[in-house]
Design a protein around this ligand. Structure first.
Ligand code: GLU
Length: 279
């Protein structure tokens, strides 16, 4: 078993991150497997070396260990480009020049029973669909044509071993078309967007079990579909419940009040952190 914790170094790690990292570590330990740390630093603007250094320090303090060197997604560009070439050869991607404002305007007024947002944000109305990749401009993003991608059946399934939605989940094409739509696989100026980058690097690292929060459960069909299209193994998944603040809101990066480093500074022990997240 190979598990991983893959933070984006865009802020201090908080209790939610501690829960994900400890879960991934414990699952690997229990199976005699390997726990990996990866830095998901494709966002060059928001990723900061100081947050990366803090993450290493916090995780080591929690008692976690991992093989060095850790993989940094900022060094994975060749792999991302190769994956895009593969998707292009299948005729499944197209350039998109729409801004958020363009997308909101083209989507028009919400209609009853039609979801407006999915795990990749506002469901894309399809304005640029049909543009050829040969027409790709430096300022374009790249999207997956979901309808064409779903036609590359038979559709795969994934095994969820977490406590919330355990079992085998077969991808549902109608739900993915209506509730997710044409996701971004590369952002303007970046070699890949989140969904593609995790699939490519989880594959490169031989990850067999992805442990992370339930906030990413709805994005998992996108990852499983991309793995299927790229013809790489589909890992198992363990999505854990979310750590919430006293108002019931999921913790966010800017939630410095619950940063691991703050608890450390106040004299908490790693065992205290485990207890706080319910482990
Ligand atoms: N880098 C992602 C994040 O910080 C996590 C990736 C994943 O677990 O799939 O949200």
């Amino acid at each position: 078993m190979i598990t991983r914790f893959a933070p984006s170094p865009t802020g201090p790690l908080h209790l939610g991150h501690a829960f994900s990292a400890l879960t991934a570590f414990d699952l690997a330990q229990a199976a005699g497997g390997t726990f990996l740390l990866r830095m998901d630093d494709i966002d060059r603007v928001r990723s900061k070396p100081e947050y990366e250094a803090m993450a290493f320090e916090d995780l080591a303090w929690l008692g976690l260990h991992w093989p060095e060197p850790v993989l940094r997604q900022s060094r994975s560009e060749d792999r991302f480009r190769a994956a895009l070439t593969q998707l292009d050869a299948l005729g499944l991607i197209y350039p998109c020049s729409c801004s958020r404002g363009d997308i909101a305007a083209a989507a028009g007024a919400p209609q009853e029973g039609v979801p407006e947002f999915g795990p990749d944000g506002r469901i894309y109305p399809g304005t640029c669909r049909g543009r050829a990749m040969s027409d790709l401009k430096p300022d374009d993003a790249i999207r997956l044509d979901m309808e064409k991608a779903l036609a590359k059946g038979p559709l795969p399934a994934f095994l969820e071993i977490g406590p919330e939605q355990p079992g085998n989940h077969v991808l549902d094409p109608d739900a993915m078309l209506r509730g997710i739509g044409d996701v971004v696989v590369a952002r303007k100026g970046q070699a890949a967007a989140y969904h593609l980058s995790v699939v490519v690097d989880d594959t490169a690292q031989g990850v067999t079990l992805v442990a992370r929060g339930m906030d990413l459960f709805d994005a998992t069909p996108i990852h499983v579909l991309l793995a299927h299209l790229l013809d790489v193994p589909i890992p198992d998944y363990h999505h854990h419940r979310l750590i919430r603040d006293e108002h019931g809101k999921r913790l966010a990066k800017r939630d410095d009040a619950r940063a691991i480093s703050k608890y450390r500074a106040e004299g908490a022990t790693p065992q205290d952190i485990r207890a706080m997240v319910g482990l």
